[in-house]
Design a protein around this ligand. Sequence first.
Ligand code: ADP
Length: 630
Amino acid sequence: MFSSLLIANRGEIACRIIRTARSLGIRTVAVHSDADARAAHVRAADMAVHIGPSPARESYLVGQRIIEAALQSGAEAIHPGYGFLSEIADFARAVIAAGLIWVGPRPESIEAMGLKDAAKALMQQAGVPVTPGYMGADQDPARLRAEADAIGYPVLIKAVAGGGGKGMRKVDAAADFAEALQSCQREAAASFGNDQVLIEKYILSPRHIEVQVFGDAHGNVVHLYERDCSLQRRHQKVIEEAPAPGMDAATRQAVCAAAVQAARAVSYQGAGTIEFIADASEGLHPDRVWFMEMNTRLQVEHPVTEAVTGVDLVEWQLRVAAGEPLPLAQDEIVLAGHAIEARLYAEDPARGFLPATGSLDQLWLSARVRIDSGVEQGDAISPFYDPMIAKLIAHGASREEARLQLMEALDDSFVAPLTTNKGFLYECLADADFAAGRVDTGLIARQGDALIPAEAPGQAAADAAAARLRRDWLGWHASGQARAFRQGLFGFRLNRAPEERIALWSGGHMVLGDSAAASPLRSDMVGADSVAVTERGQGRIFTFHAPRPRPGSSAGDGAILAPMPGKVIAVDVAEGDRVSKGQRLLVLEAMKMEHAMAAPFDGTVTRLEAATGAQVQVEALLIVVEADKE
Ligand code: ADP
């Protein structure tokens, strides 16, 4: 085994890798950008090397700089984590050429699986069932359209170089094909520098089932069973579990065997994941599972597999990279219990899951479950990287035990002042279909707003917070019960003789849960002038301020503001145009995703401040729509 390792990554995965390396007595070297100078992974490593400015393409994506850092610091090996350079074959080659050990699969395997179309073709040859569709080189829009027509709608257009749920468009009818294709190609070119697409039959009631595989340099390939990652929002995983609910022996045998076959087809070494899509409209069946793609790296959700197999996958990666054989044979790998992981993000479910940035003044994460996190209290979520705060991983004897444990853990954790998806995760876990194991990738979209923590504050939650203040708040005492003035606005009388005032909790996006929800409330004082309550996983902070006139209505007017900084990539209307409610006005590209802004009501465009190509700041005025007179 080598004695020192550089981790070419940041955040939770860098911290996770450092933990295992340390337990094996390996010296760890972190790399960091400007923004991460004092980040948790830097603090955790034995030493750290600065590699450049904050934007990832000037630091974490600069392979040459990272290799220099390894040579400078005397590291013998490089672990890429996931994302960033982990699936760049040329980086792997450069690492090896520099005389360093690459903790990952051979560059040829990465390349073979790098593009979705080539990977599917390869798998087809190897006898692995693949999703029906078109994956040809001819990218003429008319040809693509004809192929889609032949496959039959709905179809999915996928960027061949896509990943992370980006560069995909579902098309329900032929009439929508051209626009979806253009939008997909645009996003693919911007995100992956490659606008080639493939077309797949859209599988109905799809379940995302993936198999963890591992190979070594001695020709051994094993699987570590499946994970189910069907709970997704816009093709991005939200909750993952192992094993898959409702998995029967025959289907498990079929997917795991296909996965091993796929890994063998590329002489795979190291940790990899074979992703399948299953048509679960009538439960799982061995002949209704198709290969989707292979991820040639450690997966975000690897901890659920670790929980149910007892294997430390990072340890295996390091051993395999050092030339050791796999520590266990297939029949020595056994499943025990059930594990569920939730991804806690700094984002706002009530505002279309907009990413949130800022400092984590308060961060308590439950000690009841495994926490993989790359931040600590006092750290910040910067706009430069993925806004994940932590992964919470529960492991129980049964699925139900793990599910309840994870809900408790969410209730037990608290993050402020950043808005998070914690309450949303709780609602996902509490969902009746999820609880019963009836999962598919459309569940979250189908439930829609039902999974978004309720807008209207509940009396029970308000009273719990009031009770805290009743005791004493800077000499003020609450008298009487909390009272609802209108949606989102609660208040009660506060006395500090001889003064009397009305305290208001103005909701904003920090609203309380539904009063019908009888789950226990937990509250804690945060700072001097606010109270925090957690109800159904949703943390809220309510700050006191004297009544003041309400600012001019903003929710009801037709000023369309940029929800985040970005670039205007399409403007569909002109000043004076009549528009109807829901009609697309323009498209903003931000965080590599496209956000369509729609008319809030029927009316006329009276101002147009946005031009195609313009960079806009958050809250910049883009368009004003004046409502039709009643
Ligand atoms: P990425 O590389 O961006 O993660 P994938 O090809 O893995 O993209 O697909 C991501 C998700 O999109 C899948 O987990 C699944 O939910 C959905 N998906 C992919 N292909 C299909 C399909 N043919 N039919 C229905 N859903 C699909």
